[in-house]
Design a protein around this ligand. Structure first.
Ligand SMILES: Cc1cc2nc3c(=O)[nH]c(=O)nc-3n(C[C@H](O)[C@H](O)[C@H](O)COP(=O)(O)OP(=O)(O)OC[C@H]3O[C@@H](n4cnc5c(N)ncnc54)[C@H](O)[C@@H]3O)c2cc1C
Length: 390
């Protein structure tokens, strides 16, 4: 039995030949169009614009979205979506995946709750890779505690006048829109609305957060809104029900992170095993030292557990019965697995793993953004404990 990326996958009873064919065509695209350049894009801090329509052509942006807006649903399920994130993780460059899939945390809500006009404007443009959309919730003074946000949108006839700022916004430098959490009502979560802000509007400015630990190929922005006039028709869902709208996509967003983290852990396992079988110390290969074999077994044990857990949560989603508590705990399971495997792979690979340009080195630097973003480990445990009623 091999412990390469595919060999380290547990049997998954939900996968069919169709899923594997979907994986194959994605892998061909990723291996030819992304893999050879991922290192350079990380160093350049950008995925070239022309890659987006190419990724769209293989269906990477369409899965699960209604066909009326350019999406694909016929014959596709949760697993086709998961496979996109698994395959992108093989790059060992989370920034490339984050740049390409940033719409995944906002477009589902737009296509569910926005006006028909907005859906027609945004959906086809994003799904075809022509334009991008970000989600802007976090502010300098409001991260986990969304209720603290102070960016305001005041209704003035046919427009909202928006003032404030958002930070840590993935894709924010190049996106055409930000689906933005704004305060339209009183204090707390009940005063928040979701507003689609065109980022070329007068009064919007953006600066890049360039000094990140990881995810270099994905741009991260601070957005400033200075008396920005946004048509009232850009309200997404009902006024003051924005938090509910954002929450509606949390399970999907977390599953995307979870699937990616498990796959990053498998990349670490693959590269560590390959190295351990080749590298000799004290007269034998690393893999012949029991201590190293135990490290590999420990990695595989955690990966197995995470995969089995992902199967349970994905099945819940397939059945339309996601359990937010289970998904929250699965996110913690996945980030701890990624963290453990990145650490152990670096130990096994020794000094070489510390030199920039290899997958394990990058994944090690990308652990924290996964453990904090999309709901931190602490917030996930808290959410789960409330869902489980203790
Ligand atoms: C690279 C990157 C990309 C991002 N992309 C986006 C994006 O596209 N859109 C967007 O809106 N945001 C984005 N974020 C922001 C991200 O969602 C926040 O960083 C996250 O929500 C945590 O908020 P915070 O950083 O303000 O930490 P805080 O909320 O200040 O928390 C700090 C620490 O305290 C812990 N903590 C907080 N409250 C509690 C509590 N009640 N009990 C115990 N512990 C607690 C947290 O777990 C965390 O460890 C991104 C962040 C990064 C780093």
């Amino acid at each position: 039995m091999s412990l390469d990326f595919d060999g380290a996958r547990l049997p998954n009873p939900y996968l069919t030949e169709d899923h594997e064919a979907w994986r194959d065509q994605l892998r061909k695209f990723i291996d030819s169009e992304l893999m050879p350049y991922a290192n350079q894009w990380e160093e350049d801090h950008k995925v070239p614009d022309e890659i987006f329509p190419k990724a769209a052509e293989v269906g990477m942006f369409a899965v699960g979205y209604p066909e009326a807006y350019g999406g694909l649903t016929e014959g596709l399920d949760v697993w086709h979506g998961n496979i996109i994130y698994e395959e992108l993780a093989r790059l060992g460059a989370g920034g490339v995946g984050a740049a390409l899939t940033v719409h995944g945390i906002s477009l589902p809500t737009i296509l569910k709750l926005a006006s028909e006009e907005v859906k027609q404007e945004v959906g086809p443009a994003v799904i075809s890779g022509e334009k991008r959309i970000s989600l802007a919730v976090t502010e300098p003074g409001a991260g986990s505690d969304v209720a603290q946000l102070i960016t305001t949108a005041v209704c003035d006839g046919d427009f909202y006048i928006v003032n404030g700022s958002k930070t840590f916004i993935t894709g924010g430098m190049y996106s055409s829109w930000a689906s933005t959490a704004v305060r339209t009502g009183g204090e707390g979560l009940g005063g928040i609305s979701l507003l689609l802000i065109p980022l070329d509007a007068e009064g919007v400015s953006r600066t890049q957060l360039d000094k990140k630990q990881g995810w270099w190929a994905s741009d991260t922005a601070t957005l400033y809104f200075d008396n920005v006039r946004v048509p009232v028709g850009n309200l997404v869902g009902n006024e003051n029900e924005g938090f509910k709208a954002i929450m509606g996509n949390f399970n999907l967003e977390r599953m995307q992170l979870i699937v990616s983290m498990e796959a990053f852990a498998r990349v670490c396992l693959e590269d560590a095993v390959k190295w351990a079988q080749e590298r000799k110390t004290f007269g034998k290969t690393l893999s012949q030292h029991q201590v190293i074999r135990h490290k590999i077994a420990d990695m595989k044990q955690r990966i197995n557990a995470t995969q089995a857990y992902i199967q349970v949560c994905s099945k819940q989603l397939m059945d339309g019965k996601p359990n937010a508590g289970d998904i929250a705990m699965c996110k913690v399971q996945a980030s701890q697995t990624m963290e453990f495997c990145a650490r152990e792979a670096m130990q096994i690979m020794g000094g070489i793993s510390y030199i920039r340009g290899n997958r394990v080195e990058r994944i090690y630097r990308e652990v924290r953004v996964n453990a904090i973003g999309g709901g931190s480990e602490e917030i996930m445990r808290d959410l789960a404990s409330r869902q489980y009623g203790f």
